[in-house]
Write a protein that binds this ligand. Sequence first.
Ligand code: PSU
Ligand code: MN
Length: 312
Amino acid sequence: MVPEVSLSVVTLRIAPEVDAALTDGRAVVALESTIFSELGLPTPSNRLALDQCLAAVTAGGAVPALTAVIEGQPTVGASEPDLICGPARKVAARELGVAVGQQWSYGATTVSASVTLAAAAGIEVFATGGIGGVHRGWSETGDISADLEALARWPVVTVSAGAKVFLDLPATLEHLETGGVPVLGWRCDDFPAFHARSSGLASPHRVESATEVAAIARAHWELGGGGVLVVAPVPESDALDPDRIEQAVERALLESAAAGVTGAAVTPAVLGALADATEGDSVPTNLALAANNAGIAAEIAVALAASARPND
Ligand code: PSU
Ligand code: MN
């Protein structure tokens, strides 16, 4: 990877094809790496998910830019799939400096670290599975994902299937409102619940097209806003039944609490327990929603590239 953007002591490694697309004003979609690492989907579904997300972005007419910290270098457009799908240390926004300073061999970026790197590289669209948010029982544990703070801060459109189903979804929506993050339901009225198409909560706004998202994002940014969250329900054929998922979530949460899991380990542990509690059925659903989001993100990136002013 050649082009290097200097951020004082930090060098951002940008893949040549990503750099060329950005220079030409073509569509680019950033992807996170945690979901594809051993902290995210189980092997070998993680590799399948990576391949399908990359393919969905390309098929949608955009250039994928996988983010990670590799050999201590923040990377945008990683092309090392074996490394990406292997064992990793979790890098949220607060770990970016640590991973660089301590030269971590592979730091898998969460949503919060990925949107930070996307913004640093000038990428306007990012796709994930489901964002982190306010955890159930947060008033006791204080566990609120750094994703929410980063979404509010950086001017990037994030596409997700809502927030992860085991979270406190009403509180997560409230937090997004406090952060000034517009939440746009992609051709849907309800806030999706990750594996299920609806959480039963209303999405604050509904959009029908990528052009509409691009118009909203441009206006939001011109007025000094940060992130925009587009929420897309998992495709019907891959969705799980909400009651079944809720029962599995309750089991998964009890299991991880009994195991004494806290902090950054909670989300990977609960996702694993959820896969067990659904006899593995949550995994193909997670994969399908991630690929679906990547395709929608590509459409939005194409619309944003078309709406950029020539001197931007
Ligand atoms: N979406 C998925 N699987 C995942 C994640 C998202 O389908 O594993 C990851 C993302 O990287 C997200 C992180 O940022 O989980 C949230 O972790 P926490 O709750 O610790 O902030
Ligand atoms: Mn947390």
